[in-house]
Ligand binder design. Structure first.
Ligand SMILES: Cc1ncc(COP(=O)(O)O)c(C=O)c1O
Ligand SMILES: *[C@@H]1O[C@H](CO)[C@@H](O)[C@H](O)[C@H]1NC(C)=O
Length: 436
């Protein structure tokens, strides 16, 4: 395509980055170097590895770790792996450390008086407290169902909301671009209860349906509302990103069924803990039943660890000096820097665009700011580039094509939550893609 692309050495990358924006980049590099010096040797060696994948780039199984071999590094920003948050948690040291003695967590049961009998009371308490502290959802006097990530709760919700005696599966829709896992999870077992029916904008079928409302949305970061708006619609609100590091908190959400996860709120994706806030008792019972059939509950060890993490986050918001730095202020600032760098790189390159957002008042941070999503929804603006994912792959940057989100392949989704080292290399490489 007539583009001259040099395999540049790290030295060159640094020089170009300094030209791009001296103060910002230096600040970030300084911080990341300091952090790397202070972090464990295990992490340093992990940072020197890189992820690369072969043909299909959308499956976790395809992400292989390979040692660096002198060649230009492959930068993998395909998954939303939230390793950006390591920095905060390293800084906080032992505050979230818990010890679980060998005699603990033997029983299947956590609280037999609760509809969700495998819900650890300590975890439920910290969920309610955190939502109150942040003001992003009403969790008091609601049912809470814990899940192995919000992914399991999404499936539990489909099971619970589908009519059990219908002649055909209920349609499941979401407005494109939608989270790429919704179609594959919905249809993986070819359920007789529910069936993926695609983009909510073009959904015309009569009768009941389930609409997934993701707000802020993955992949594009916009705040959303339902779009089909018919009386027979059942809504599931996936609020994984409704936290003040990503978007302004404008009111406490109070929908019938809301999904949250530690993966995107605190960055602990590996803990595999999510929670649903549910109004209807029968729905909460059925979701609990699904998880009972699927995994007979949810790891108690993970719930106890999640409770501790949420508690430390709430403490960091409530008091100032003694309890460490406010978690949301810290991660909000990390993302603000990253979005600033991305917009500079897009501007310098002139070959791409990213969404523009309007500022909104945040009741939690008490100021106006623009959304700074966990993903960048990048468009290849070059007329000759129809497949943005392939174009970036040829420059050793792995992203996820818009086609997986029910959208145009001129777009890709890029994770904004990787480690500094990877992210900085990415923006530098992007800024160097210039028109021939
Ligand atoms: C909108 C949305 N919902 C759910 C999930 C999955 O979260 P979990 O790790 O809790 O299963 C993701 C992860 O990327 C997501 O983007
Ligand atoms: C559907 O309802 C939402 C929420 O009430 C509203 O914001 C939106 O404009 C409606 N959409 C359409 C297409 O009518």
């Amino acid at each position: 395509m007539g583009k001259i692309f040099h395999l540049v050495s790290l030295k060159h990358l640094l020089l170009v980055s300094i030209a791009l924006n001296v103060s910002l980049i230096l600040r970030v590099i300084n911080i990341s170097e300091k952090k790397i010096l202070h972090s464990s040797s295990a992490l340093v060696s992990k940072n020197n590895l890189h992820l690369s994948s072969s043909s299909s780039l959308t499956s976790f199984a395809n992400a292989r770790i390979e040692a660096q071999d002198g060649e230009e590094r492959v930068i993998n920003l395909d998954h939303g792996d939230p390793t950006m948050y390591e920095k905060y948690w390293q800084q906080e040291g032992d505050k979230t450390t818990i010890v679980i003695p060998g005699w603990q967590s033997l029983s299947y049961f956590s609280d037999v008086s609760n509809i969700c009998w495998f819900l650890e009371p300590e975890f439920a308490k910290e969920v309610v407290r955190l939502h109150k502290v942040v003001g992003n959802a009403i969790a008091e006097n609601r049912h809470i169902v814990v899940g192995t990530g919000s992914t399991q709760l999404f499936q539990a919700a489909l099971y619970a909301l589908s009519p059990q005696d219908a002649l055909e599966p209920i349609s499941v829709v979401s407005a494109a671009p939608y989270y790429s896992s919704y179609p594959s999870i919905t249809d993986c077992l070819k359920s007789g209860l529910y069936k993926w029916a695609g983009d909510a904008h073009s959904f015309k079928k009569e009768g009941p349906y389930i609409e997934l409302v993701t707000s802020p949305n993955n992949p594009d970061g916009f705040v959303r509302q339902s779009v089909v708006n018919r009386s027979e619609g059942i809504l599931v609100h996936d609020l994984a990103y409704y936290w003040p590091q990503y978007t302004s908190i404008s009111f406490p959400a109070d929908h019938d069924l809301m999904l949250f996860t530690v993966s995107k709120s605190t960055g602990h994706a590996g803990m595999r803990i999510g929670w649903a806030i549910v109004k209807d008792t029968e729905v909460a019972k059925k979701m609990t039943k699904y998880i009972e059939l699927n995994t007979i509950g949810v790891s108690k060890d993970s719930q106890l660890r999640a409770a501790k993490v949420l508690k430390v986050v709430s403490n960091s918001c409530e008091s100032s000096s003694s309890e460490g730095e406010n978690f949301f202020e810290f991660s909000h600032n990390q993302l603000a820097t990253r979005w600033e760098l991305l917009r500079l790189a897009v501007q310098k390159s002139g070959q791409f665009s990213v969404p523009e957002f309007a500022p909104q008042f945040c009741t939690f941070l008490s100021r106006d700011f623009k959304p700074q999503p966990a993903f960048a929804w990048l468009k290849c603006e070059q007329e000759e580039v129809n497949d943005c994912e392939s174009f970036l792959r040829s420059k050793k940057m792995l992203t996820r094509s818009g086609k997986h989100f029910g959208f145009s392949p001129k777009y890709v989704r890029i994770s904004m939550l990787d480690r500094d080292q990877n992210y900085n290399l990415f923006v530098e490489r992007l800024s160097n893609i210039i028109s021939s």
